[in-house]
Structures are given as structure tokens and as C-alpha cells.
Design a protein around this ligand. Structure first.
Ligand code: ADP
Ligand code: MG
Length: 237
């Protein structure tokens, strides 16, 4: 099994609190790892460690067998590590396609200048939405006209549109109406076919049981327990 990311003894210290305390784990290609823990456990800090947004830290992150340092979200993106933030960070006034390609638009040469190739952007977005069976009117629809679940789906589409190696999602169902939760979980399960590694951060145990193969429990910044989903239960977690 190809190892995608290995975290070794990661410790992140804020002035008043150790947000992560000596956390280690490995995630392989195709792995779906759930990270669960109460408020303040360090879940978001763990995600930020991949984007250079957190405070200085000790320990190492290895990517495909090499140690890496992240100074900005772009560094992670360049390695195919994508984040789906809790607030989704979508531009409501722009169409779905432009949200998927924001900052990575295909270009076309017009004489001496490169311009964004909107037609290709639209076509490729539509193709990706269809692959993931995401139901919207079309890739030209504005994000502000979508339901919460559809927006979450667009954020997932954006994270997987460029051959990602690892997708990290922070609370992907927290903001959703009950009937949309199962749709988003079904979508996350379909990512299995892309052979991408996925980390799902959630405080909802049902989400983790529905889509993950493995679960890690964070508590006061420590990797408190780790188990395969089929070898544990709600109660034990
Ligand atoms: P979770 O996402 O599991 O709720 P966080 O990673 O957000 O937890 O927070 C872990 C700990 O770090 C908490 O005690 C929190 O108060 C603290 N923390 C998070 N962000 C900051 C920050 N920017 N400055 C200081 N302390 C922070
Ligand atoms: Mg959090």
C-alpha cells in the first residue's frame, strides 16, 4: 500500500495551550481516516498543520517518503493535498465552474495573451460533477443559488478536480440540514473510486461510521486511541 502522509510526533504549541501533543499517524492511498474528538481537542489545528496557517510546531510531516514543510496552503496544493474548510470558502456570486477552477483556470492563447478558457473550464467542471454524480442544474449555476448540501458537494468537487493525493475535510456535515447529510456522506463514499486518501474531521460519530475505514480519537491534543471501524463501536469510541 502506498504511504501518502506520515505524521511523526507533531506538537503544536499556542501561548496558553498545547493544541497537539506528540501526535503520530500514517495515511495510505485510498485510506479513509476519521478524526473525532470534542471541542478544543486539536482537530482544526491538525488540519492547519498542512497549510502553514498554524503556529510553529515540532515534529515532522512526511509526504510520499520525503519530509515536507508547509508555509502556505499553496505548498500543500502543490503536493496534491487539498482542504475542504468548514466555511467552504466558496465565492457565492461566481458559477460552480469558476469556483472549482479558482486560481487554476485552463488558459487559451489569443494572439500574444493567455486568457482564461471559460468554455473548457465549464466543460471540465461539468464532467467532474457528472463523475461524482453531483446534481445541480449545470456547472454554470451560481453557488449562491445552491442548497447547503450542494455547496458542500461543490467544495468536495473542487478539492478532487486536480488529481488530489489527500483531501482533508473539516466537519463536512456540521452545517447541513438532516436530509442533506446522507447525500454528502454518499458523495464522500464515492471518492473511493478516485483512490485518493481522505481525512474526515467530525464530531459526529455517525459520519465516521458511515464513510471511514479507520478512526483516530483526539483528546487534549493527544492521539488518544486508534481503531479500524469494523473492530470498534459507538460506545467504545
Ligand atoms: P477543535 O478543532 O478540535 O475544536 P482546535 O484545534 O480548534 O480544536 O483547538 C485546539 C486548542 O487550541 C484549543 O484549546 C483552542 O482553544 C486552542 N487554539 C486554537 N486556535 C488558537 C489560536 N489561534 N490561538 C490560541 N489558541 C488556539
Ligand atoms: Mg475545529
Amino acid at each position: 500500500m502506498l504511504k501518502v502522509v506520515e505524521i511523526n510526533n507533531l506538537t503544536v504549541q499556542y501561548p496558553d495551550v498545547k493544541a497537539l501533543d506528540d501526535v503520530s499517524f500514517v495515511i495510505n492511498q485510498g485510506d479513509f481516516l476519521g478524526i473525532i474528538g470534542p471541542n478544543g481537542a486539536g482537530k482544526s489545528t491538525l488540519m492547519k498543520a498542512f497549510s502553514g496557517l498554524g503556529p510553529a510546531s515540532k515534529g515532522e510531516i512526511w509526504f510520499q517518503g520525503k519530509p515536507v514543510k508547509f508555509h502556505s496552503p499553496r505548498d500543500a496544493r502543490n503536493l496534491g493535498i487539498e482542504m475542504v474548510y468548514q466555511d467552504l470558502a466558496l465565492a457565492g456570486n461566481l458559477p460552480i465552474a469558476q469556483n472549482i477552477y479558482l486560481g487554476r483556470e485552463p488558459t487559451k492563447r489569443f494572439g500574444f495573451i493567455n486568457r482564461i478558457d471559460h468554455k473548457r473550464c465549464l466543460e471540465m467542471s461539468q464532467e467532474h460533477l457528472d463523475t461524482l454524480k453531483i446534481h445541480v442544474k449545470n456547472a454554470g449555476q451560481k453557488v449562491e443559488d445552491l442548497s447547503g448540501g450542494q455547496r458542500q458537494a461543490v467544495a468536495v468537487a473542487r478539492a478532487t478536480a486536480f488529481d488530489a493525493n489527500l483531501v482533508i475535510m473539516d466537519e463536512p456535515t456540521a452545517a447541513l440540514a438532516v436530509k442533506e447529510v446522507s447525500k454528502v456522506l454518499e458523495l464522500i463514499k464515492r471518492l473511493k473510486s478516485l483512490n485518493v486518501a481522505v481525512i474526515i474531521i467530525s464530531h459526529r460519530m455517525d459520519d465516521i461510521f458511515a464513510v471511514c475505514d479507520r478512526v483516530m480519537a483526539l483528546f487534549h491534543g493527544k492521539n488518544f486511541a486508534e481503531a479500524y471501524i469494523n473492530e470498534t463501536s459507538h460506545d467504545e469510541l
